[in-house]
Ligand binder design. Structure first.
Ligand code: PZK
Length: 360
């Protein structure tokens, strides 16, 4: 690669998929610019015209102990009773984390979870202690800037190793099982349903993390054997109640929550709703205005990403590609729109956002 372009990458902080500069852990990073720039003239234009919005791709709090990390979220141990839950701007598609981050995504996920925790507070207690970085324990304060808006201090819980999934619509693995056997997680459904149809009533369809990393659906009976019948019954009732209240709210605001996954844990104060809740990453959100049962629905948040990955015919093997700036921008807008639509508020943005992605 020419010295000239290396210099451009260096001064702009832009990383191309093939750029020799790799990201540094724990710093604010920049949305990657994409592969459409096979034409060096085009790439030069992109570099000079683009306003890059910072994204957080990785956390690295050297003095904190990493407790768990997922495709998008990182969890740190704060002390014996508390964890720090951080949502990065990473995005996954077709099972892989992509090379590009989505500006504001971590904040949208966190602020949506906070909205739902509050909204559901009368039904279920949760693991949140505070999301106000100024009230975090002293060892976390030095990271306040990185953590603001995208993190939560939570109570450490004994997690129940069952994913509590509720489905109001027939999609994904539910549709697959229904097509093959007329059931979902062993629950008999009426014949003649089409893909994405609304179910006569929401159903509880538990799952467990399989060794493959994929979720494996189990019957309620199987859950009862693993987690105990009484607890399983409680979690089923609670999950359905939470889903019904949230889905009703979302429907009034033009979003279908097709299905969603809850995680619960036990603390000294009893059962709590943990993890992130009712976000686009833990749920299928469909725009109600475009709902057309009889086939798969467009995803509220990831459709531009999926369309792009199909268009470039990525073989869905690592390394996952970077996304073009427009796809990053459009996707960021979708996350912000989901927040706006569900909460009726604008996400407070940390920096002054410039209009669009073009400077000058
Ligand atoms: C916990 N996860 C899933 C989330 C990851 C993995 N309050 C809690 N207490 C104890 N454990 C957990 C929680 C929560 N929430 C959640 N794994 C453990 C998870 C985020 C990132 F890598």
């Amino acid at each position: 690669m020419s010295r000239f372009f290396q210099l451009i990458f260096f001064v702009t902080g832009i990383t191309f998929p093939w750029s020799p500069l790799t990201k540094t852990r724990g710093r604010l990073e920049y949305a990657t610019v994409p592969p459409e720039a096979n034409d060096p003239q085009a790439s030069e234009l992109l570099v000079t015209n683009q306003t890059v919005e910072p994204v957080l791709l990785e956390t690295d709090f050297a003095d904190l102990e990493l407790y768990a990390s997922g495709k998008v979220r990182d969890l740190y141990r704060v002390d014996n009773e508390h964890l720090l839950f951080v949502a990065t701007d990473r995005i996954s598609a077709f099972d892989y984390v992509l090379a590009s981050g989505i500006p504001h995504k971590g904040c949208v996920l966190t602020q949506l979870s906070l909205f739902w925790f509050e909204f559901l507070g009368d039904i279920v207690p949760n693991h949140l202690v505070t999301a106000d970085v100024n009230r975090y324990p002293a060892p976390l304060r030095r990271y306040a800037q990185e953590l603001q808006g995208r993190s939560m201090l939570v109570v450490r819980a004994d997690m129940i190793a069952i994913e509590c999934v509720v489905r109001g619509y027939l999609s994904g693995s539910g549709w697959k099982e229904y097509r093959e056997r007329g059931t979902v997680c062993g629950i008999e459904l009426p014949p003649g349903l089409r893909e994405s149809d609304k179910l006569p009533q929401p159903i509880f369809t538990p799952a467990v993390k399989a060794t493959s990393g994929h979720d494996e659906n189990i019957s309620f009976e199987e859950m009862a054997e693993r987690a105990g019948r009484k607890l399983s019954g409680q979690l089923r009732e609670l999950s359905l109640k939470i889903y019904r209240k949230a889905a009703e709210h979302a429907a009034r605001r033009g979003i279908i929550i097709a299905d969603t996954k809850f995680e619960f844990g036990r603390t000294a104060r009893g059962l709590v709703l943990a993890d992130e809740v009712l976000t686009p990453d833990s749920s299928r959100f469909w725009p109600a205005g475009r709902y057309q049962p009889g086939g798969p629905q467009e995803s509220f948040d990831k459709q531009f990403v999926r369309d792009y990955l199909e268009k470039i015919r990525w073989n869905k093997q690592p390394p996952a590609p970077a996304l073009p700036a427009e796809v990053v921008q459009e996707t960021s807008e979708k996350y912000l729109e989901a927040y706006r639509q569900l909460t009726g508020r604008e996400l407070p943005l940390p920096r002054n956002r410039r209009n669009g992605s073009v400077q000058q």
